[in-house]
Design a protein around this ligand. Structure first.
Ligand code: ACO
Length: 321
């Protein structure tokens, strides 16, 4: 048994913050942000929006596209690093909002690789017959942990959610997922406090994102190059077999480096970072949904999804759409 993507969806909050607007708050410019990252704007959640509410919207769109009802869903997996609450987890909140009957529902943390990790878990549950209709979501409200006075990070991140519905199929589907992590790099990209590790009394209570961007950049490029090579080798596939690269949307320059490694022209790469910045776990499913809905990705085509993020974590998914 294999799993297959039956439908995709995404949701971006209404409020858009342009580079020029950010330049009125911190010492930066539209030119610098575009040249270094490719980002032009980002969407920011309203005060009454949360990761669960963004997830719910994206999930509804994916369920509509797949033609499934709440009663059909029997597994929910959410990749996120910005959950609404310590508990219940975001998947349980989505379950309640969508009226999905009792089923396994959990969230997992793998920073920007969260969706690929979630997809991998759901794929295994479908492939082993433990689930029959899985809702897989990547969603973030990173704006809540961005230091809006730090120009080195605040220009990079945004909020959003993407979702897919996975169903069983006789033919693949998800061909394979390759996951990895290396905790030795934790000092290059992290959020210093959480539930168990509390800030000292005199520190700011918000655990802002801290990143040594330049060093992250170098490890990301090298790791992603190795990852795509390993993924192709596992299937004895030539680079030319890939129809579409759907990368984590952190930085156009990182994406270009991976595309070069695959000898893929940028026309074969789904690029959405300009429209919403780095939305961490949400970026891959949102890029997938964008290209499915605008008709670029067609049934039967071979997709390579990849991501890299805090941890460090990384992952790829090779999918026959
Ligand atoms: N506007 C203007 N100048 C800036 C800004 C800004 N917003 N930010 C930094 N600068 C300055 C720096 O202070 C530095 O100035 P100096 O030379 O006088 O010291 C100069 O620009 C160059 O800074 P670098 O950090 O070397 O710039 P770089 O070209 O590396 O670009 C960036 C920075 C965009 C962050 C890049 O390194 C990057 O994209 N890194 C990877 C991010 C990533 O992929 N993260 C993983 C996923 S995120 C997750 O998991 C949550």
């Amino acid at each position: 048994m294999y799993s297959r993507i039956a439908g995709t969806g995404r949701y971006l909050p209404e409020r858009i913050v342009t580079n020029s607007e950010l330049a009125t708050r911190v010492d930066t410019s539209d030119e610098w942000i575009r040249a270094r990252t490719g980002i032009e704007r980002r969407h920011i959640a309203a005060d009454d929006e949360t990761t669960a509410s963004l997830s719910t919207q994206a999930a509804r769109a994916a369920m509509d596209a797949a033609g499934v009802d709440a009663a059909d869903i029997d597994l929910i997996v959410v990749g996120t690093t910005t959950p609404d609450l310590v508990f219940p987890n975001v998947a349980c909140l989505v379950q309640e909002r969508l009226g999905i009957p009792a089923c396994p529902a959990f969230s997992l943390e793998a920073a920007c690789t969260g969706f690929i990790y979630a997809l991998s878990m759901a794929d295994k549950m479908i492939a082993t017959g433990s689930a029959n209709c899985a809702l897989v979501i990547g969603a973030e409200t990173l704006s809540r942990i961005v230091d809006w006075n730090d120009r080195t990070t605040c220009v990079l991140f945004g909020d959003g959610a993407g979702a897919v519905v996975l169903r069983p199929a006789d033919t693949p589907g998800v061909l394979s997922c390759h996951l990895g992590a290396d905790g030795r790099y934790q000092d290059l990209l992290f959020s210093p406090y959480g539930t168990s590790k509390r800030p000292p009394p005199d520190a700011d209570d918000v655990s802002y994102i801290k990143m040594k961007g330049n060093e992250v950049f170098k490890v990301a490029v090298k790791t992603l190059e190795g990852l795509v090579t390993k993924t192709l080798e596992a299937h004895q596939l030539d680079k030319s077999a890939i129809d579409w690269l759907i990368p984590h949307q952190a930085n156009t320059r990182i994406i270009q480096a991976t595309a070069k490694r695959l000898e893929l022209p940028m026309e074969k790469v789904i690029l959405t970072v300009q429209d919403h910045g780095n939305t961490s776990a949400a970026s891959v499913p949102m890029a997938l949904d964008t290209a499915v809905r605008d008709g670029r990705i067609q049934r039967g085509e071979l997709l390579l999804l990849e991501a890299f993020g805090g941890g460090f974590t990384w992952g790829s998914a090779l999918i026959r759409y």
